[in-house]
Ligand binder design. Structure first.
Ligand code: NAG
Ligand code: NAG
Length: 877
């Protein structure tokens, strides 16, 4: 019975809103509630256990949920876990009535066939989705027969990083119903000894938790347990819904008597370094702040508020300046000035008077700030023993001056020349975060997203606090020559107070007796070298607490750190180097069972290697940018639909043109993609543009750089690659892969065209009865992934790949009460729009899914750039 359930294992996609941050409210009521306690719609989740073992900052977490279907028909059971973005899933198993379906980590390409199969059957579009600020959501739904029991078990691992003096572990708690046995159990083992430990839940005060929460620590061990009884879970004494809904956070720190700690197990070592009590190195900070028109309103107020708070914290020995950029660049002072009380007072006045205006010239803003720092160094106008940082804040893409991301990056890289770090803060979602991140990483800094929310000012301030206190600069961790292999990153431009440097590697000789490491850095007053010597015998004694050591944890910690650093380096690598980094990261991900952006978790039915399902796909870098994947398509009487995830809404428009006309849908000069579509009419050849129906009958998809083109008609599919031509019919089911291109034809349904990781199109075939007097076959075109396309992409669909904003107001009823009218402000135009709906046929070509949208009249006038005639091109390819 249970084994026959296999085909029903479906992979569900959850839409999660990111901008709202962590849902903290426990007011969400369950829609369906059964009379029986702890049972919702016949499904009883009788046990949920989160078990965490942390050894030397390396966390190994197992989430186990057990449920039974008490209904008399088969029911769907969902298992949702939110885990930190920085974690890697390492295992997932499903047990139905005692039969276990184990998970395996496979290379993404290998798992892709099943994935595409599932996509074409409308079952999945990915399973791990970005969710909230720090979390990703893992979701599986399984159809369970009446009376059957099911157990889900998910394992993930992560290296906890030290921020502002503590390690923090987030556990998202959201059982959605009362659970008889609900338990969080955390065991922490830290060889340096634990100095503080705390645990709290966002959904209830610790007082009210009473006996449900216990926390203790002593010596090297810490323990946290949270075990609310059924009554303690109720949102009110007589309620049947759970108040457990929010974050459960465990924070701790370790003793810092010694600046460093080295641990060695089975030939792998890890070296933690966080000296205390050093004076802060004076710094010169240049704030490069976007004051363009889009910052108007709350964002500007929050930025000013944060800058004022930051000014309160600036130390007198520091130097600073403000560079404001919009279309132009203005500065507070011509040069960096010292943070004397008078100057700080003046700076406050300056900040209070900042006004938003105009466009976004990131390039000139950054270059001005960088040249100011360079000049200060050349002229020795900042202290010799000081350090410099550039903090840039923007809420949008460059749109004036030099606006090509690659060129800005090059300019900035050349100007900084590796001398100081650049930190990029991306405010909100309407920006190219990948660009900000890539630019920061190649200049030894990092990017941070500032979420548009009521606490944005605190996020900005919090970031400043992290980098406010450099204790050392030019930090290098050195080991005796030839003693160490496979070392992770061992040079850092800064060591900031409250953080920690972690280096891991492998011993060349497993049986060496002692181990020596030097950490060199420049302090505020002098240069320092910290030497750490380890006696192997003592080490063994110290790590004897076998209960707390999960297997080869240092080796796994090393692998985790290595993969993380390879993936980061890969973001800025090109060509062979990128391939090499990818290959190395993939090898390690497979060897150590980590679901990274290069691998997938596949669940296999026992003794059936053919029947696999892709169960966990970590989103690639770009997926973090916008957690709800936007999509764009054109289908039916050419109806264009633009889904805007930030708004949880869609815009649609129609283009009415003569049959035979070819329209440009996508054109990207950077990646070389073009997609054009040719319009056909119906069989009557109705010349009246008011009443006639038109469709796309032919599509051309081409990439000049990759030297291929594909022509799709309602009859056949022709692929040209270099000079070779292949032709397929809609009756074929076939997958063609070559040079990063994959083309899958699903007989009489659709075609999925994928280019590497980041561009996927689906063409849907609509077939009508051959002898229908009026209608004929036509095509629909869907862009399901466009994140690798450049910001210069244009065309009727392509122009919407960049994030854009619209506002709808004044909704009022029209002649048809089901189709209200409204005013839409978009791209600086005020338009009258009408509520309507279109169908999305990606999943089911015969029925389709309804998509509500705001219809823009007159061939999309005011919404599309220019007029629709601008998009007419002479031929398909
Ligand atoms: C995954 O979890 C299952 C169940 O706990 C276990 O039997 C299996 O060994 C684990 N696999 C790996 C690779 O750790
Ligand atoms: C990557 O390059 C390094 C040296 O350039 C080489 O030793 C290594 O084998 C390469 N790795 C892979 C997986 O190709």
């Amino acid at each position: 019975m249970a084994s026959a359930q296999w085909p029903c294992l479906i992979l569900a996609l959850f839409s999660v809103l990111v901008a709202s941050g962590f849902p903290r409210s426990h007011a969400r009521l369950l829609e369906k509630r059964s009379l029986l306690e702890g049972e919702v719609d016949g499904i009883e989740v009788y046990s949920t256990k989160i078990s965490c073992k942390v050894t030397s900052r390396f966390a190994h977490n197992v989430v186990t949920t057990r449920a039974v279907n008490r209904a008399d028909t088969a029911k769907e059971v969902s298992f949702d876990v939110e885990l930190p973005k920085t974690a890697f899933i390492t295992n997932f198993t499903l047990t139905i009535d005692g039969v276990t379906y184990p998970g395996n980590v496979k290379e993404k390409e290998v798992a892709k066939k099943q994935y595409e199969k599932a996509v074409s059957q409308g079952k999945t579009a990915g399973l791990v989705k970005a969710s909230g600020r720090k979390l990703e959501k893992f979701t599986v739904s399984v159809n369970v027969a009446a009376g059957s029991k099911i157990t889900f078990e998910l394992t993930y691992e992560e290296l906890l990083k030290r921020h502002k003096g503590k390690y923090e572990m987030y556990l998202k708690v959201q059982p959605k119903q009362l659970v008889k046995h609900f338990e969080i159990e955390a065991d922490i083992f830290e060889p340096q000894g634990i100095s503080t430990l705390d645990a709290e839940a966002s959904f209830i005060t610790n007082d009210l938790l009473g006996s449900a929460l216990t926390k203790s620590f002593s010596g090297k061990k810490g323990h946290v347990s949270f075990k609310p009884s059924l009554d303690q879970q109720r949102s009110c004494p007589t309620c049947k819904d759970s108040l457990l809904n929010g974050d459960f956070t465990i924070t701790y720190d370790v003793n810092r008597e010694s600046p460093a700690n080295v641990q060695i197990v089975n030939g792998y070592f890890v070296h933690f370094f966080a000296p205390q009590g050093l004076p802060t190195v004076p710094k010169s900070v240049v704030f490069v702040i976007d004051i363009s028109g889009s910052m108007h309103g709350r964002k500007m107020e929050q930025t000013k508020d944060a800058l004022l708070k930051i000014l309160d914290d600036v130390k007198e020995e520091d130097y600073l300046n403000f560079i404001l950029f919009s279309g132009d660049v203005t500065t507070w002072k011509d040069n960096l000035v010292q943070a004397t009380p008078e100057n700080i007072q003046e700076a406050r006045t300056f900040v209070r008077n900042i006004q938003d205006q105009g466009m976004t010239n990131i390039n000139d803003g950054l270059l001005r700030g960088i040249s100011m720092l360079n000049k200060a160094w050349e002229e020795h106008s900042v202290p010799e023993r000081s350090t410099s940082i550039v903090i840039m804040l923007t809420d949008g893409d460059a749109n004036v001056g030099e606006s090509r991301p690659a060129k800005i990056q090059e300019n900035v890289r050349n100007a900084i020349g590796g001398k100081f770090p650049l930190y990029n803060l991306g405010f909100g979602n309407n920006l190219n975060y990948n660009f900000l991140e890539s630019m920061a990483l190649e200049n030894h800094g990092l990017a941070r997203r500032i979420y548009e929310d009521s606490d944005a000012n605190l996020q900005l301030q919090g970031f400043y606090e992290e980098v406010a206190n450099p204790l050392l600069t030019s930090v290098e961790v050195a080991y005796p020559e030839n003693a160490i292999l496979d070392l992770t990153k061992n040079t850092y431009q800064h060591f900031y107070d409250g953080s920690e440097i972690v280096v891991a590697g492998r011993l060349a000789d497993k049986d060496m007796n002692n181990f020596k490491a030097d950490v060199k850095g420049h302090g505020a007053i002098n240069d320092l070298t910290f030497t750490e010597e380890v006696d192997m015998m003592e080490m063994e004694k110290a790590l004897q607490e076998q209960d707390y050591i999960f297997g080869n944890y240092i080796e796994r910690l090393w692998a985790y750190l290595t993969i993380e650093q390879l993936l980061e380096k890969r973001k800025n690598a090109l060509g062979d180097e990128k391939e090499n980094l990818t290959a190395q990261a993939l090898d390690l991900s497979l060897k150590y069972h980590f679901v990274t952006p290069l691998t997938s978790m596949v669940v296999t039915k026992p003794e059936d290697n053919e029947n696999q399902m892709d169960i966990a796909n970590k989103p690639g870098e770009a997926s973090y940018q916008s957690p709800l994947t936007p999509y764009y398509y054109v289908d039916g009487d050419p109806h264009f639909i633009i889904q805007v995830p930030e708004k949880d809404d869609a815009i649609c428009f129609n283009i009415d043109e003569e049959p035979g006309t070819v329209l440009r849908l996508i054109e990207d000069p950077i990646t070389g993609f073009t997609v054009n579509g040719q319009i056909i009419g119906d069989k009557r050849g109705n010349p009246n543009s008011e009443t006639r129906k038109t469709y796309f009958g032919k599509l051309g998809i081409a990439n000049a750089q990759m030297d291929f083109w594909i022509e799709v008609t309602t009859e056949k599919i022709t692929l040209w690659n270099a000079a070779a031509q292949s032709t397929f019919s809609w009756l074929d089911t076939v997958t063609v892969t070559q040079d990063g291109l994959s083309l899958t034809i699903n007989r009489k349904k659709n075609i999925i065209v994928t280019f590497g990781d980041g561009v996927t199109f689906v063409v849907v075939l609509h077939q009508v009865w051959k002898k229908h007097p009026v209608h004929q076959d036509f095509l629909g075109f869907y862009v399901v992934d466009s994140h690798r396309m450049s910001a210069q992409t244009h065309g009727l669909l392509g122009q919407f790949f960049h994030p854009f904003d619209f506002k709808v107001s004044d909704i009022h009823s029209g002649s048809d009460p089901t189709k209200p009218h409204a005013t839409m402000v978009v791209k600086n135009h005020r338009l009258t729009v009408t509520r309507g709906s279109q169908k999305d046929y990606r999943k089911d070509v015969s029925i389709g899914t309804k998509v509500d949208c705001w219809f823009v009249h007159n061939n999309g006038q005011g919404l599309i750039d220019g007029v629709h005639g601008d998009y007419i091109v002479p031929n398909l390819l």
